[in-house]
Design a protein around this ligand. Structure first.
Ligand code: HEM
Length: 513
């Protein structure tokens, strides 16, 4: 067939089938929009709380004033009520129900997080991986990472020693920087050392992705939640926000491919010989081993890890530094504790465990700025009956209200008291209850129960190591500028403003770190 005849044949087929193709596309879009609008309808049988007296729709009220909506619901209702989030209704439960979700196979965390953050859409690949391969991620963190904490501590100290002067310099004059982005680079580097090993943790292209992917993803999620379904669908392919996400996912696959292929080959070889895969010291290797080297998108898994692990730790460290600058009398006792414990034992897990004032301070900083005032986000696979008789329907999503600012539990809850948890730990039998990594209904900073944060031991150690280097090597203060921004609240969430600036200068450390 000549080329011209072939084109003519193709043209005839296209014209003949075009109406069917267009009709199929219209049906697909209509189906998508119907599914979306069904998902955004209130649930039957639960009071919907909003701020209609202020002329806001329930969704607008939640997006703009989520914390007030939550407090209003808790005041007006004794039991469960619902709020309208950007991705549909969620049932909010008072804190007394926390224990009922300690162990509940029908209540899942990742399935609600990934629905909130558009798993399945191109670019949201980290979320898609978490939703499809939840066990791979959770077991690699909970089992392998936690069991390797001794070696992980050594790697973290090693990388912090190298990264600190590179990222913060040696200048003895005061300099002022936007603190969150610098801390973001620092945490991306330290975490990537454990997630991907010594080579990739210094790869500038990967570090840029590890640091910025979460912010890009949350911005894209927020834009998706705000927009009506049709606009969401249309803008998705053209908006630069989503294009950036898609190109980051693409680049992540390219950069991580050689390491992933090596780890897969190692695990396959061991499995073929009927042996246990050799011990490796990076999270990507643990993920490959947990998945038995199957062909899944491990690079997307790393993007998911950036979302759950790097962003959260960046917020915690940057917020802790700002808290210290607002309460400078804490620098001295914290430095004294670091020096005392390190002189005694050097860098070991026990040393970190014995930094009890730092532990208490980190928990207090988290209490004042929890990532979310409501925690224990769960998707329900089946009906769940609560102790008060309420039936939470299958397919719904729930949240439990935190008590972070409850004055009955925490006197003067708006005040930062770095010694608060240290004092509580000195009460008989309470030493473990109020540790930074302990999960209790009274402090849901790392969530609770089966799906509580499995990375909290790693995060707490990383924060203590990073803070020790930053406090002994540098002086810190709030800059003398009129318009410095610090903490911002949105919905039930808390963040440090990316515009927040801190000043610092090199000091002589009391001991070599
Ligand atoms: C200061 C840093 C961190 C904070 C504040 C934090 C907080 C949280 C919270 C609140 C949850 C939800 C728990 C629940 O609803 O019960 C969670 C889950 C999770 N976190 Fe963390 N996290 C941090 C660091 C990390 C790190 C470093 C990793 C990984 C190395 C990690 C991995 C995870 C995973 C995999 C889940 C999902 C658990 C599941 O679905 O069963 N997190 N985290």
């Amino acid at each position: 067939m000549s080329r011209q005849t072939a084109y003519q044949a193709l043209y005839r087929v296209t014209v003949a089938y075009l109406p069917f193709v267009v009709a199929a596309m219209i049906i697909a879009v209509a189906f998508h929009l119907k599914k979306q609008s069904d998902a955004e309808r209130p649930l039957k049988g639960f009071p919907l709380v909003g701020l209609e007296e202020e002329g806001l729709s329930p969704k607008e009220a939640w997006m703009k004033h989520g914390h007030r909506v939550m407090v209003k619901g808790l005041t007006e209702h004794k039991g469960a009520f619902q709020v309208m989030t950007g991705t549909g209704p969620k049932i909010m439960l008072p804190n007394r129900f926390t224990e009922e979700f300690r162990k509940n196979d029908m209540a899942n965390l990742i399935q609600t997080q990934t629905r909130d953050n558009f798993a399945g859409w191109p670019g949201f690949d980290g979320m898609t991986f978490l939703s499809k391969h939840e066990r791979v991620v959770v077991d690699a963190v909970r089992i392998n990472l936690t069991q390797s904490m001794g070696a992980v501590t050594d790697s973290l100290v090693d990388e912090t020693r190298l990264a600190t002067p590179e990222l913060f310099g040696q200048d003895k004059e005061w300099q002022t920087i936007p603190i969150k982005s610098r801390i973001g680079s620092f945490v991306s580097r330290l975490s990537s050392r454990v997630f991907l090993g010594p080579k990739l943790c210094r790869d500038s292209e990967w570090l840029e992705i590890a640091q910025s992917h979460t912010v890009n993803l949350f911005q894209a999620s927020m834009a998706m939640r705000e927009g009506p379904s049709l606009r969401r669908l249309l803008s998705f392919w053209f908006n630069p926000l989503y294009k950036r996400l898609r190109s980051q996912a693409h680049a992540a696959r390219r950069i991580l491919k050689p390491l992933i292929e090596t780890r897969k080959a190692e695990v396959r070889k061991a499995l073929a010989a009927g042996e246990k895969p050799e011990k490796v010291a990076d999270l990507i290797g643990w993920m490959v081993a947990q998945a038995q080297a199957s062909d899944i998108d491990y690079a997307a898994g790393q993007l998911g890890m950036s979302v759950v692990g790097i962003h959260t730790t960046t917020e915690a460290l940057a917020e802790a530094l700002v808290d210290l600058c607002q309460h400078p009398s804490l620098f001295q006792p914290l430095r004294e504790e670091i020096v005392r414990e390190l002189k005694d034992q050097g860098w070991t897990r026990t040393t970190l465990h014995r930094m009890r004032l730092m532990d208490s301070f980190l928990k207090e900083s988290q209490r004042l700025h929890p990532a979310s005032a409501a925690s224990v986000n769960r998707y329900l696979y089946a009906d769940v009956k609560l102790s008060d008789g309420t039936v939470l329907p299958k397919g719904s999503r729930i949240w439990i209200a935190g008590r972070f600012d409850d004055p009955e539990l925490y006197p003067e809850p708006d005040k930062l008291d770095a010694y608060r948890f240290l004092n509580l730990r000195s009460e008989a039998g309470k030493s473990n209850t109020w540790q930074h990594t302990s999960m209790t209904p009274e402090h849901l900073g790392f969530g609770y129960g089966d799906h509580g944060c499995p990375g909290r031991f790693f995060a707490s150690n990383e924060l203590k190591i990073a803070l020790s280097f930053l406090l002994l090597n540098y002086d810190w203060k709030l800059p003398d500028v009129p318009d410095n921004q610090t903490f911002i609240h949105f919905g039930v969430g808390n963040l440090l403003s990316p515009l927040c600036r801190l000043s610092y200068r090199r000091r002589s450390a009391e001991i070599e770190l």
